[in-house]
Design a protein around this ligand. Structure first.
Ligand code: MN
Ligand code: MN
Length: 460
C-alpha cells in the first residue's frame, strides 16, 4: 500500500497554484522568524480577510451572528480566528491548530560580557536543537525590549542586505582533536553558544572597551541600556531569507518550517473561504509548543475555552454547558510537521509508515514515544471520515508515524485539545532536517495541506 507522488498528477493549473502558494509562503517565512512577528503578520492578513479583533467587539458589546469573523490576540504571541458558521456553536467547530514558535537561541537576561577583546552575548537555547548546527553560520537578532516606562522597542538586526550579522565561532579542525572525539551531543555545549556581537574597542574607554562600543550602539540606535536586557526577549535565529531549493525549485529551504508551514496552510485555507461555513471554522496559531505548550500563550492555557465563552456570550447564547458542548463536539486537525523519510538516515524510519516529501499532506494517527506514550491516538472512525473528505476533494495525502518504533519520538498540541473530548488527529507537511537552522519542505505538500485544511474546515 504505497501512496503516489502528488507531482505526477498535477496539471498546468495545479502547478501554477503550487508555485504561487510556495512563493507567498517563502516570503512570509523570510519575513517572520518569531512568534511575535508571525502573530503580527497573521493578524494583518486576517484583518484584510474581514476579521475583527474580538477585544474590540467585546468592548463595544456588539452582537455576533453567523458569517461574522473575529480573531483573538494572545499577548502578541498567539492568535485564534473564528469564522462563525450557520450551525449553533454548541454543535462544535472545525478547528485547525498549528504552532508559530520554532527552536532557536534566546539571549539571556544578563547576556553581555567581554573576553579577548570581543563583546559576547550569552544565550539559552529554546526547544530541541542540535547545538553543533548553530555555530559558524550567520545569525540575526529579532525581538523586543520592554522599557521601564512601558515603551516596547522592536528590533531586527541581520536581515537587510547591508545589515551586519552576528554568529558563534567554532574551533578550527587543526586544533579540534579533542572536540572531534566527543559524542556529537557534547561537541558544542549549551553554555558555549555565545554570540560574538562586537570587536572594536571604544576610544577612551578604560575597561571592557569593546562592550562599551556595543552599549554605545545599542544606546544610539535603540535607546537601550544594558539593564534593559532584563526585560527583553531577543531571539537569535538564522539570518537571511528562505530559498527555493533544488534545481527544479520544487522545495523550499528555510528556518522555521516547523511549524510555520502548517500555520501558513491554515491561513491560506481560511482566506479562501468565501461564504458562511456550516460549522464555525476556528484557526489556532499558538506559541510555546517547542517547550511543552506551557505558559499563558501555549496551548495548555485556557484561551480557546475563554474565547469560545466570549463568542457564545456575544451570540446571546452563553452558558457553561454550551461552552463545554462547543468544545467537546468539535473536530480538529492538529497541524504540525512530520519527519520526512531521509534515505541517508533510512535506519531511523520504517519505510511503509514514513512520510515522503512530495506525496501530499500527512496524517499521523498518533505521535508520542515508546508504546505511544504521550500521544493522542486518534479514533479510527474519525480517520475514516477524513479519508472520505480528502478523497472527495482530490487531496493527495499520506499517513506516517514519527520514525521506527523505539528510536525516539515527539509530540504536538493534539493531546492537549483532546482533553476537551473533541476528535483530534495530527496532520501536516513532511520536513527534512527538522529543527535544523535550515529545514526543507516540498511545495507540493504545502499545496496539498492548504487543500486538505480547507476541505476539513468546510466539511468535517
Ligand atoms: Mn512542531
Ligand atoms: Mn518541533
Amino acid at each position: 500500500m504505497e501512496r503516489p507522488n502528488a507531482w505526477k498528477a498535477y496539471e498546468e493549473k495545479d502547478l501554477a497554484q503550487v508555485k504561487a502558494i510556495g512563493e507567498d509562503y517563502r516570503q512570509m517565512l523570510s519575513q517572520g522568524k518569531t512568534e511575535r512577528e508571525w502573530t503580527r503578520a497573521l493578524i494583518a492578513r486576517l484583518e484584510k480577510a474581514g476579521y475583527v479583533n474580538l477585544d474590540q467587539v467585546i468592548a463595544e458589546n456588539r452582537a455576533l451572528t453567523a458569517g461574522d469573523k473575529v480573531y483573538a490576540n494572545r499577548m502578541g504571541k498567539a492568535v485564534l480566528s473564528f469564522h462563525l458558521g450557520e450551525d449553533a456553536l454548541e454543535k462544535g467547530m472545525n478547528i485547525v491548530g498549528a504552532h508559530i514558535d520554532s527552536p532557536r537561541l534566546d539571549l539571556k537576561q544578563n547576556p553581555l560580557y567581554e573576553d579577548a577583546d570581543m563583546a559576547y552575548g550569552d544565550t539559552h537555547y529554546y526547544g530541541g536543537i542540535k547545538k553543533y548546527q548553530w555555530v559558524a553560520r550567520p545569525l540575526a537578532l529579532h525581538g523586543v525590549v520592554a522599557k521601564k516606562d512601558g515603551a516596547v522597542v522592536d528590533l531586527v538586526i541581520g536581515e537587510k542586505e547591508d545589515d551586519p550579522v552576528v554568529g558563534i565561532s567554532d574551533l578550527l579542525p587543526h586544533l579540534a582533536m579533542d572536540q572531534m572525539g566527543k559524542k556529537m551531543s557534547e561537541g558544542v555545549s549549551g553554555e558555549d553558544l555565545d554570540l560574538i556581537l562586537a570587536g572594536q574597542p571604544l576610544k577612551g574607554a578604560e575597561k571592557e572597551a569593546v562592550k562599551a562600543t556595543l552599549l554605545q550602539i545599542l544606546k544610539d540606535e535603540y535607546g537601550m541600556e544594558e539593564e534593559d536586557f532584563i526585560s527583553a526577549e531577543i531571539e537569535v535565529v538564522p539570518a537571511g531569507p528562505a530559498r527555493d531549493f533544488g534545481l527544479d525549485r520544487s522545495m523550499i529551504l528555510g528556518y522555521g518550517h516547523d511549524d510555520r508551514v502548517c500555520a501558513y496552510a491554515e491561513l491560506k485555507a481560511i482566506e479562501g473561504i468565501d461564504h458562511t461555513p456550516k460549522a464555525t471554522v476556528c484557526g489556532m496559531f499558538v506559541d510555546k509548543e517547542e517547550i511543552g505548550s506551557v505558559g499563558a500563550t501555549g496551548m495548555r492555557a485556557n484561551y480557546l475555552e475563554n474565547a469560545v465563552a466570549e463568542i457564545l456570550n456575544l451570540l446571546g447564547d452563553y452558558s457553561e454547558l454550551k461552552v463545554r458542548r462547543a468544545l467537546q463536539n468539535s473536530r480538529m486537525l492538529s497541524c504540525d510537521v512530520s519527519a520526512g523519510f531521509d534515505p541517508l538516515y533510512a535506519s531511523a524510519f520504517e519505510k511503509k509508515n514514513a512520510a515522503y516529501l512530495g506525496r501530499g499532506v500527512c496524517f499521523n494517527k498518533f505521535t508520542g514515544s515508546r508504546g505511544k506514550s504521550g500521544s493522542n491516538d486518534a479514533n479510527a472512525e474519525f480517520m475514516g471520515k477524513l479519508r472520505g473528505i480528502m478523497d472527495k476533494n482530490q487531496v493527495r495525502w499520506q499517513t506516517a508515524e514519527l520514525g521506527k518504533v523505539d528510536v525516539g519520538g515527539g509530540g504536538t498540541i493534539a493531546y492537549i485539545c483532546a482533553l476537551y473530548g473533541m476528535e483530534v488527529i495530527d496532520s501536516g507537511v513532511a520536513v527534512l532536517s527538522m529543527h535544523a537552522p535550515a529545514e526543507i519542505i516540498s511545495k507540493a505538500d504545502l499545496y496539498e495541506a492548504v487543500k486538505a485544511y480547507q476541505a476539513f474546515m468546510l466539511e468535517a
